[in-house]
Structure formats: C-alpha cells, structure tokens
Design a binder for this molecule. Structure first.
Ligand code: CP
Length: 303
C-alpha cells in the first residue's frame, strides 16, 4: 500500500493488522526503536495541526527515523504560488515518505498522483482524515474490545467534520453498527454519506437534541464546529455552541459509554467532564502516536 487518501484504501484485514501492530508497539515500544533507522518522513502541513503533525513526527522519531517539513503554507514556497504537485515532487527527492495536510478537498489525491513514494493524507479540507480514523478505531477496539455491534453517536459539525466522514465510512464495514447523528439541520452529514447509509441499509437516525439519544450510545464522538470552513462568521457564531457536553448530560448516558473527540476542543465538552472516567479523548490522542508508528512501518515495508 503506497498511498492512503481515505480509510477505504485499506481493507478491513489491513486495518486489523495495523491496529494489532499498534497494540504490540504500545506493549513494547523499545522493540521498534530502530525499525526506521535511516528513513526520513516529511510532514507537509499547509493547515494548522497539533496532534496529527506532532504524533507523526513523534512516531517516526520513535522508530529511529528522522523528520523534516513545514507547519504552515506561509513558510513554504506555496506562498510564492508553487503547486501541490510540484511541492511533493520536490519533497520526494528529500524524504522516503510524506504526510500531507491541506485545506482543499482532493489535494491529497493530487499529491498522490504525482509521487512514487508512500504518501499519507493527514487531512484534506472537509473530506477525509484516515489516520484519525485509524486512531479512533484503535481507541475503540482497546476500550470496547471489538469494532462490531456498537451504537455510535456523532455530535456537532457533521457537515464539515472530516474525522466524522472518515469514521462513518470505516464503521460501515463492521457488522451490527448503529449510527445516531446529532446536529443542527445546517450541519447535518453531507448527502453523499447519507445516500451511502441509505443505500447500504444501515441503521441510522438523525436527531437535533443530544439529550434525546445519548442514553442509547456505546460511543459518543463529539466534534468541534469547524470555524475555518464557514463562509461567514455570523453563521459560525450562531452555531458554535449548539452542543455542550456537561456533567448533567453525562448522567443520561450509559455507565460504560465512552466519549471520544478528535480534538482540538473549543467548548463543546465542558472541562468538568474530563474527570469522568468515560472521557477518553486524551487516551485517544495517545493512541495516535502508536497507530502512526504502525502505519509508517507498513507503508515503508520495514516490519
Ligand atoms: N485531530 C486532529 O487532527 O488534530 P490536529 O488538527 O491538532 O492535528
């Protein structure tokens, strides 16, 4: 596997192998400390990031490799008008594997079409974020023990949230998954995802009030309203506080429900919820480093 643009580029068997490798790395990280000696990862981030970029860099450093890259378009020659295609063709001369984030949907596919080396989509606009999905799947499998027969609620900005789009697509391949989609009407999932859920005969419902559905969920996947993808600030301000998960709402949830969030959080989860043992979003962020170690190893074929 040379390019990862969407979670569907991986078979469920390949996902299983990556998650199992990540589990093994978590148990004994020192055994993997030299797997990528002499290899270089380039992180090309045309859009801000904390977790994805730093966990990729931590992953490669933890495997004995080296990293280079940029953390904003303004510090690269994109600011002079260079195309994504020319950028990655150049970076391929300096690195063995590329992780790229870009604000435009489809940019990762353009980049992938222009390089021979492995390339990973680290988020393209409101489209897909496959390594966040691998992180989410690893977290769910470790905490719930399985990836099937689960009711998963997605809450917040389901229109622009690429982590939501990627995880729904990935979870559709497991048996017995029920989706509860909680959002204001203006931030509902895109039609193409709803069409896929309908065509596939999936059990899904769309609701506006979190309180009405939280009690049925095994997993609650909270999301931030994506300010950077709105066309005007007024709409963002009107919608940004649509959902705030607090201790009162947590009382309505199952005792073994887990709360996930890809982060960054703004104010959609009250900080008082962090003390609840069901709040698992920092465990989730930790998983990101190990699943990316596993993915880099797979893509560089260094197992
Ligand atoms: N979850 C995630 O993609 O976070 P960053 O934007 O900080 O990378």
């Amino acid at each position: 596997m040379k390019k990862l643009i969407s979670p569907l580029d991986l078979t469920t068997q390949e996902i299983d192998e990556i998650l199992s490798l990540a589990d093994r790395i978590m148990e004994n990280p020192t055994a993997y400390a030299h797997k990528c000696d002499g290899k270089i990862l380039a992180t090309l981030f045309f859009e801000p990031s904390t977790r994805t970029r730093l966990s990729f860099e931590s992953a490669m450093l933890s495997l004995g490799g080296k990293v280079l890259g940029f953390s904003s378009a303004s510090s690269s020659s994109a600011s002079k008008g260079e195309s994504v295609a020319d950028t990655v063709r150049t970076v391929e001369c300096y690195a063995d594997i590329i992780a790229m984030r870009h604000p435009k949907e489809g940019a990762a596919a353009v980049a992938a079409a222009n390089v021979e080396c492995p390339l990973i989509n680290a988020g393209d606009g409101g489209h897909q974020h496959p390594t966040q999905t691998l992180t989410d799947l690893l977290t769910i499998r470790r905490l719930k023990g399985h990836l099937d027969n689960l009711t998963i609620g997605f809450c917040g900005d389901l229109k622009f949230g690429r982590t939501v789009h990627s995880l729904i697509r990935a979870m559709m391949r497991y048996e017995g998954i029920r989706f509860i989609l909680v959002s204001p009407k203006e931030l509902q999932i895109p039609d193409y995802i709803r069409d896929d859920l309908t065509a596939g005969g999936f059990d899904f419902q769309e609701v506006e009030r979190l309180e009405d559905a939280i009690g049925e969920m095994d997993i609650l996947y909270m999301t931030r309203v994506q300010r950077e993808r709105f066309f005007n600030e007024e709409d963002y301000i009107r919608l940004r506080d649509s959902y705030i998960l607090d201790t009162e709402k947590m009382e309505l949830a199952k005792k073994d429900m887990i709360v996930l969030h890809p982060l960054p959080r703004v104010n959609e989860i009250s900080v008082e919820v962090d003390k609840d043992p069901r709040a698992c979003y920092f465990k989730q962020a930790r998983c990101g480093r190990f699943v990316r170690m596993a993915l880099i190893m797979k893509m560089l074929e260094v197992e």
